[in-house]
Design a binder for this molecule. Structure first.
Ligand code: UT7
Length: 336
């Protein structure tokens, strides 16, 4: 059985910075509320005409990751693309990346697991490499949230949180035994599917029906809905569980964590986990202050930044953990 490791990381965020004060011009919100409840100071939004889409941002991040991995785009055996905000209803973003990177006819797989999307995608890459079927898998998480949020006061509980961006990793067969992805742990609980969801347009909520059912437009299913406090309560429990599950599977303890990269859902969630596990500031990486919650992109963006800032060194135990819509939650334990 082979082992996989991350050989190259890259990220991309749009240039357009949107501060909390900028949002306060569009809706009844304020910097104090947003920072106090979420830790977010600003986020990036695609600007009309800047050429960014979910797929193109993914490609920008991927190009950096491929270069850093020291391979050619033609060495990629599989693309795994995670997003909840694809450019098209179908086909998925993976095939767009295959085309934009001009990679032969390599397979392209889309993952629909929202905030846990990157770890689910990483797990897919890990399994293909472990079995020996593929050698290099390009994993991308990319989101264009700003294209589909309600920026009126009605949507403020959701729209202030999310930001746009992309992150990518080249996952490669590891030559050194013990270095790389040690294990991944995935879960779901679909009974809570609608607690954080976008109902339509979909086959159940098609456009003419949406309009007919909501002539006043006051209950619009084509904006995301989030039961914030319920999601928060579940998140802190599941984050803790899945981190412990991953550590225990590898005979590790919280004191062995050199770097925890939690999905950037809310700074208060990360701080809760940090306090619960008694981790120091150096052991947890957060950048939600700058980018908001970028869903499937948040872990690869944070992981890339942590690595670029020299916060991850060879031999470190790196833990990724996520929770989000589905509900789905996941962790990955890596020896860097
Ligand atoms: O990444 C996927 C997973 N997502 C998460 O983990 C998110 C989990 N949930 C959260 O992060 C928090 O629940 C939120 C940040 C979304 C909301 O914070 P909260 O402390 O749970 O606030 P709340 O929803 O209970 O709302 C409190 C008050 C309400 O007003 P009243 O009813 O007390 O008068 C809201 O209407 O805050 C109001 N409110 C706002 N006020 C100013 C809601 N959104 C805003 C806003 N600005 N943007």
């Amino acid at each position: 059985m082979y082992q996989s490791k991350i050989a190259g990381l890259g990220s991309y965020v749009p240039e357009n910075v949107v501060t909390n004060d900028d949002l306060a011009k569009l809706m009844d919100t304020n910097d104090e509320w947003i920072q106090e409840r979420t830790g977010i100071k600003e986020r990036r939004h695609i600007k009309k005409g800047d050429g960014n889409t979910t797929a193109t941002m993914g490609v920008k991040a991927a190009k950096i990751a491929i270069e850093r991995a020291g391979i050619s785009k033609d060495d990629i055996d599989l693309i795994v693309f995670a997003t909840l905000s694809p450019d098209y209803y179908f086909p998925g973003g993976g095939v767009q990346v295959q085309d934009m990177l001009d990679i032969n006819t390599c397979p392209a797989l889309d993952v629909r697991n929202q905030c846990s999307g990157f770890i689910y995608a990483l797990s897919v890459a890990d399994q293909y490499i472990k079995t020996g079927m593929y050698q290099n898998v390009l994993v991308i998480g990319s989101e264009n949230h700003s294209g589909g949020l309600d920026f009126t006061t009605r949507g403020r509980g959701v729209s202030v949180i999310f930001g746009d961006g992309a992150g990518a990793a080249v996952v490669t067969r590891s030559d050194h035994n013990g270095q790389g992805i040690l294990s991944t742990h995935l879960h779901s609980e679909g009974k809570h599917a609608l607690e954080l969801s976008l109902k339509g347009p979909s086959t159940l909520h098609w456009v003419p029906e949406i309009i007919a059912e909501n002539p006043q437009g006051d209950d619009i299913p084509y904006y995301p809905y989030m039961n914030g406090q319920f999601v928060f309560k579940n998140a802190v429990v599941r984050f803790s569980e899945v981190i412990m599950e991953g550590l225990q599977a590898n005979g590790l303890d919280v004191k062995d964590i050199d770097m925890l990269i939690p999905h950037q859902a809310n700074l208060r969630i990360s701080q809760f986990i940090q306090q619960k596990f008694k981790l120091s500031d150096d052991q947890v990486y957060n950048n939600i202050q700058k980018y908001g919650n970028t869903t499937a992109a948040s872990i690869p963006i944070a992981l890339t930044e942590a690595w670029e800032n020299g916060k991850i060194k060879e031999g470190d135990t790196v833990v990724l953990a996520a929770f989000g819509s589905g509900f789905t939650w996941a962790s990955a334990i890596m020896k860097w």
